[in-house]
Design a protein around this ligand. Structure first.
Ligand SMILES: Nc1ncnc2c1ncn2[C@@H]1O[C@H](COP(=O)(O)OP(=O)(O)OP(=O)(O)O)[C@@H](O)[C@H]1O
Ligand SMILES: [Mg+2]
Length: 603
């Protein structure tokens, strides 16, 4: 075995480069972060051959003194921290004093820089050669040519120029999302690929991720103590637009963090089913001392000092933003709707309360409105049964809320015009036409009601005048007996009515008008698979969802206009009402412009 010996500097840098300079995009990230640390207000990037032949980053930042240029390329030399104390509260992107040295060890690096106030610029290529005078109006230009020219093994891992350029573009997008105050551009082989003017955050979001995502997503801005979370969360119905746009920033730094990603995923759990992934852009700000960024050389990982409370904070903030009732519709605007109209909060105006900005549901006009509901058709009973039960009993007999005087501006979802094939409700609102999937919407409303009701004590039970009978297998009989307690907690009273028959004697009022036998059968099937005794908490929502599905008004039921309006009003008041329990939309808006387009009608 050879003796132990110290490694040459160049090799040390190349080893470090293995972690920091994974591909051209990582070089771009390091260079642009340096520009931002230097206070740049514009950063222009040029790439050639996917960044392998050339990455050139020009900024208008503070520049580097001529005497400091060799140090900029030296390992472990930085202007950003001086002590452990600085490290523990670092607010700049860089702090390791290693990026340029690493890059220089695997590529040809040249820096040209003009410190503010200097009579001219200086240029340096390599630590060993002294700087020479150069021409540059302001700031710094970093040029990295022939990446991995001296490390062919690394070069083999590179993909096509187009792929590497795409990664570079994505790296710049990430940075740009967090820094709308800086203008950016990127060109590849002479073709401009990105140009971003300085903007506000929403504008930058649109410019980077597209208007469709930006305009449809819910914005949030929540503060608690020294924690602040701002950004956008896309609604599940937008998943198709969103692709895999998942951006998390901690103090302006793009990170991949399990704690945060988990908190967001949990927050989506109730609205996004199956394998679809949520889309979001979230900026978490906290005291730099509360987060360790010195975890990995590429600095895309962080460690939180209080990771539990941060998880909770992010979870609740995102959950609340996603759950906000329809009074804050996903469609862009309600021209002509004033905040005072029909007691509806201005849809785009977050309300500040106790440091938290969110969208509280405006009062509960539903309570006051009950008296004005009229039963016209017998088979509307399903909807009415739930509309009149499952609500707190404290209905105020007095004030009636208008059912709709025909003025479509009065409510976000407008007023019903009729039904299509007993499946869709048609309504008119300020923008145009609203189409509602009746069953899906009602299912969500029931589900949210059941959850809220279970959360505040045992479910209100409605005895059935005539018990519902269902034929049952031995297994179903046994499950019904073993799970009597679970079923009772869900507001369901069921017992044997014969050797192979069950009688359902009571169900929660909310679902009494649904298909009670099917509901109980579905619950028994679930309880057989997952006995509730130990796992009720975790399974509870799934059981309630099953109940909501069978309790909801079925397709092909006729509803009267007042019943449809009651459904629309309930949707406006219900958490997460704009997606069904399976993450599909419950309603869509066709604006007058959309309709005009359908008819090729010019405006
Ligand atoms: N575009 C720039 N404008 C002004 N100064 C720069 C620029 N790029 C680099 N520097 C200077 O060169 C130094 C070294 O840069 P380098 O990226 O190697 O290290 P760092 O940014 O300090 O830390 P890290 O390795 O974490 O990025 C910086 O500390 C900074 O003073
Ligand atoms: Mg740096």
């Amino acid at each position: 075995m050879p003796r132990i010996h110290a490694l040459p500097d160049q090799l040390i840098s190349q080893i470090a480069a293995g972690e920091v300079v994974e591909r051209p995009a990582s070089v771009l990230k390091e260079l642009v972060e340096n520009s931002l640390d230097a206070g740049a207000t514009r950063v222009d990037v040029q790439l050639e051959e996917g960044g392998v032949r050339l990455i050139r980053v020009a900024d208008d930042g503070g520049g580097i003194e001529a005497a400091d240029l060799p140090l900029a390329l030296a390992r472990h030399a930085t202007s950003k921290i001086a002590s452990l104390d600085d490290l523990e509260r670092v607010a700049s992107f860089g702090f390791r004093g290693e990026a340029l040295a690493s890059i220089a060890s695997v590529a040809r690096l040249a820096l040209t820089s003009r410190a503010s106030g200097a009579p001219h610029a200086w240029r340096i290529r390599g630590e060993a050669t002294p700087p020479e005078p150069a021409a540059l109006a302001t700031g710094t230009v970093a040029e990295v040519a022939d990446l991995y020219f001296n490390t062919p093994a690394r070069r083999k891992f590179l993909r096509t120029a187009a792929t590497e350029a795409a990664h570079c573009l994505e790296a710049l997008r990430r940075i740009a999302l967090a820094r709308p105050d800086v203008a950016f551009s990127l060109s590849h082989d002479g073709r401009e690929r990105l140009r971003l003017a300085t903007a506000d955050r929403l504008r930058r979001l649109r410019d980077v991720l597209g208007a469709e995502l930006a305009d449809g997503a819910r914005s949030l801005e929540v503060a608690a103590g020294d924690l602040r979370l701002a950004g956008w969360v896309a609604l599940p119905a937008q998943a198709a637009v969103a692709r895999d746009s998942q951006y998390l920033f901690v103090n302006g730094r793009f990170v991949r963090d399990r704690v945060l990603a988990h908190a967001v995923r949990e927050a989506y759990a109730d609205v996004l089913h199956g394998s679809r992934s949520p889309a979001y852009v979230l900026f978490l700000e906290l005291d730099p001392a509360g987060v360790d960024v010195n975890v990995h050389p590429a600095k895309t990982e962080v460690r939180f000092r209080e990771s539990r409370s941060i998880h909770q904070f992010v979870f609740h903030a995102v959950e609340r933003a996603l759950a906000a009732p329809l009074a804050t519709p996903p469609s862009p605007s309600f021209p002509g709707v004033r905040p005072s109209d029909a007691g509806t909060a201005n849809p785009r105006q977050p309300v500040t309360a106790g440091g938290f900005r969110h969208w509280p549901p405006p009062g509960d006009p539903v309570l006051a409105r009950q008296g004005s509901l009229a039963v016209r058709e017998p088979d509307a009973a399903a909807y009415l049964a739930f509309a009149q039960s499952a609500r707190p009993a404290a209905a105020s007999p007095g004030g009636q809320v208008p059912q709709g005087d025909g003025d479509p501006r009065g409510a976000p979802l407008g007023y019903a015009l009729g039904q299509v094939h007993g499946i869709y409700v048609l309504a008119q609102n300020a923008q145009g036409l609203v189409l509602v999937d009746m069953h899906a919407a009602h299912e969500r409303i029931l589900y949210e009601r059941l959850k809220a009701a279970v959360g505040s004590g045992p479910l209100a039970v409605q005895p059935l005048l005539i018990p519902a009978l269902l034929g049952a297998s031995d297994l179903e009989m046994a499950t019904a007996e073993a799970e009597t307690g679970t079923l009772a907690a869900l507001g369901i009273e069921v017992g044997a009515a014969g050797p192979a028959q069950l009688a359902v004697r009571a169900v929660p009022a909310a679902v009494a008008a649904g298909d009670v036998a099917a509901l109980v059968r579905a619950l028994l099937a679930e309880l057989r698979e997952h006995p509730a005794t130990r796992v009720l908490e975790g399974r509870r929502d799934a059981l309630l969802a099953t109940m909501a599905c069978h309790g909801a008004v079925r397709a092909r039921r006729n509803l009267s206009i007042p019943e449809m309006n009651a459904l629309l009003r309930d949707m406006e008041q219900t958490l997460r009402a704009d997606q069904c329990n399976h993450g599909r939309p419950t309603w869509v808006q066709l604006s007058l412009e959309d309709l005009d387009r359908l008819f090729l009608r010019g405006r």
